[in-house]
Design a protein around this ligand. Structure first.
Ligand code: ZN
Length: 246
């Protein structure tokens, strides 16, 4: 008979507490990093890249914290238990915390994209004030082309980036904001989530020095599993050099 005693339960409680603190620190660090980003396009790309990763790290830490907390709680309820009972307690705690962790990850994968998309839209289209304090108006796609350079339009056409042009209609001040779209998932037409990810790219026509190339991109929606093939263009070599993409 081995008596594991209170020291294990105490240890388990302390480890649980440590994981909870780590989870909170992880989320705080993420939201502080997001908060101090200088402009909305930096904020946007940081959130698009890192928010799900930070939340998923946080949920793993919380699942671990729950495991150790359950272990301590159930072991406490057993009182002075034998070794095999501790193994049983460990198993039960693992099953419950694993299911909670699985729940978190399913939520992040299937439901969170919808929330993230809304959050990203809020960041991108939040009211913008000009330097003279007037609220600026966002130009539509047709209006904005007048103020975008050919390079910017080429980048938009190749789905490398999106540009928003804001104008202060009183002073004429303009602000152009760039959003990097090269790695971002697209909106799926079936489920409307931004979960359509590029899986494969087949070159149909090689880009030459001055002519754009053609590619066939296969997409797969990670939410509803829709498969789609789209034709896209790649920038000509000279344009790529100009934009320092090479
Ligand atoms: Zn879909």
């Amino acid at each position: 008979m081995i008596d594991l005693g209170d020291s294990w339960i105490d240890l388990s409680e302390n480890i649980s507490f440590t994981f909870f603190i780590l989870a909170i620190i992880n989320l705080l660090v993420y939201f502080i990093q997001l908060m101090i980003k200088g402009n909305r396009s930096a904020k946007y790309s940081f959130a698009a890249h890192s928010e799900v990763k930070a939340l998923s790290r946080g949920s793993k830490l919380i699942s671990l914290a729950i495991f150790f907390l359950l272990f301590a709680m159930i072991a406490n309820a057993f009182g002075r238990a034998q070794f095999y009972e501790f193994i049983f307690v460990g198993f039960i705690s693992f099953m419950i915390s694993f299911m909670i962790g699985y729940g978190f990850s399913t939520y992040l994968q299937y439901y969170y994209p919808f929330i993230l998309e809304k959050r990203l839209r809020n960041i991108r289209f939040k009211r913008l004030k000009s330097t003279s304090g007037n609220s600026m108006r966002l130009m539509n796609e047709l209006e904005e082309d007048e103020f975008l350079t050919n390079e910017m339009i080429a980048l938009e056409d190749a789905s490398e980036a999106d540009f928003d042009v804001w104008i202060d209609e009183v002073t004429g001040e303009k602000v152009i904001q760039k959003y990097d779209m090269s790695e971002k998932a697209l909106i799926c037409h079936r489920c409307n989530f931004r979960t359509l990810k590029e899986r494969n790219e087949k070159v149909i026509l090689e880009a030459t020095e001055h002519e754009n190339g053609k590619v066939e991109k296969s997409y797969n929606c990670t939410y509803c599993n829709l498969k789609e093939v789209r034709e896209g263009s790649t920038l000509s070599l000279s344009k790529k050099r100009e934009l320092a993409l090479l």
